[in-house]
Design a protein around this ligand. Structure first.
Ligand SMILES: C[S@@+](CC[C@H](N)C(=O)[O-])C[C@H]1O[C@@H](n2cnc3c(N)ncnc32)[C@H](O)[C@@H]1O
Length: 360
């Protein structure tokens, strides 16, 4: 027997088993979120019957889910006499329940669940080269997309923008600065910018009607609707963007666009004098390397299951995929008549680019 091959096969088999465990436990987190089970547990320890009553689910499911969550280490058990109750540890609340906490990664469960819903359609798409529209990934995926970026958007993005050379002063200037949030999704970036720059007037644009609807309600709920207008628009269409803008922001969307160059051209045309386009996109390496690190693997994972199929749903499509490397961003900007600068900002997942008519 070839011991080396056997060991490699064993290692891969172990890895896939661990991955299966991760996928199943993420699905269970999705159920907890969707059914309000973590919220119910946040009010205090529950028995299965208690959880079933509070959350309006069937007692048999409540018992199985609680046992699974405790077995997985997401819940603690408190047993006295014959009664077992389940408790959500306080330390886990930010991860599962606090949408703006930097630890809030629970929306990943929604993203995975949303992808699972369309997964059976992907083999046909792979064979034909067709895509799967963003909208078809559904409200759960959309909520996951909005939710997973929300902590970064709330805590880091305003500081990144204030640090873009020449931009900070414009955004806080007394003459109401104008901002466009292009491909705004659920509009969390629009809300964060309206809060961070209280004199600013904002336009949010997205091609997905459901996203625009949610962005509008999020702006209203945040009390910033009087300074925010949400537009249903294909931002790659000439003249789709109003303006002139001091800032045009594109958060985690450039790689999703079927027509990135026309969109950047439209953005260029909508910039006011000295205005800047800030692109926040994935922090991937400048070149393909394999095997790759975890961030790169994560981005390829989204790409093969979501971003590339969504981008290919519109034809013709640049078909960029999630792994949009810095040299490719610079090339797209140049094709649109813009200069691009990679800024020393961002975090482990995101890189920040400044595009302007004068840069480069
Ligand atoms: C990955 S999501 C990012 C959403 C949001 N910026 C965020 O960070 O949560 C990509 C968004 O791009 C939007 N989009 C794709 N093509 C577009 C286009 N041509 N014009 C406007 N929005 C577009 C999609 O509808 C989707 O909301």
């Amino acid at each position: 027997m070839d011991t080396g091959t056997h060991t490699a096969a064993d290692a891969l088999a172990d890895r896939l088993l661990t991955d299966t465990l991760g996928a199943l436990e993420l699905f269970s987190v999705f159920l907890g979120r969707e059914l309000g089970l973590y919220e119910a547990l946040a009010a205090g320890p529950c028995t299965p019957d208690g959880l079933a009553r509070t959350a309006g689910i069937a007692p048999r499911y409540a018992r199985e889910w609680l046992e699974q969550q405790a077995a997985a280490g997401l819940l603690e058990t408190i047993t006295s006499k014959d009664l077992r109750r389940y408790a959500l540890p306080a330390a886990y609340r930010p991860v599962l329940l606090e949408p703006e906490s930097p630890a809030h990664v629970a929306p990943l469960a929604d993203l995975i669940a949303g992808i699972a819903g369309v997964l059976p359609r992907l083999p046909d798409a792979y064979r034909s080269g067709a895509g799967v529209p963003y909208r078809d990934y559904g409200p759960i995926f959309r909520r996951g997309q909005g939710g997973i970026n929300r902590p970064m958007i709330a805590h880091e993005l305003p500081g990144w923008l204030a640090a873009v050379p020449g931009l900070g002063a414009r955004l806080t200037a007394p003459a109401s600065p104008r901002i466009a949030d292009v491909a705004c999704g659920e509009g969390w970036s629009t809300v964060a910018l309206a809060r961070a720059f209280p004199g600013a007037l904002l336009d949010a644009y997205d091609i997905d009607p459901d996203s625009v609807g949610v962005a509008r309600s999020n702006a209203a709920a945040a009390g910033v609707a009087s300074r925010v207008e949400c537009h249903l628009a294909d931002a790659a269409e000439k003249g789709a963007l109003g303006g002139p803008y001091d800032l045009i922001l594109i958060v985690e969307a450039l790689h999703d666009l079927a027509r990135p160059v026309p969109l950047l051209e439209a953005a260029r045309d909508a910039l006011g004098p000295g205005g800047v386009i800030v692109v926040v996109d994935e922090r991937v390496a400048d070149r393909f390397r394999a095997p790759a690190g975890e961030v790169e693997r994560l981005m390829y994972g989204w790409s093969v299951t979501h971003c590339l199929p969504a981008a290919l749903a519109e034809q013709p499509s640049a078909g960029l995929g999630t792994v949009l490397r810095a040299p490719a961003v610079v090339a797209l900007a140049e094709a649109a008549g813009l200069g691009a600068e990679v800024l020393p900002l961002g975090n482990d997942f995101f890189r920040v680019y400044a595009l302007s008519a004068s840069a480069g």
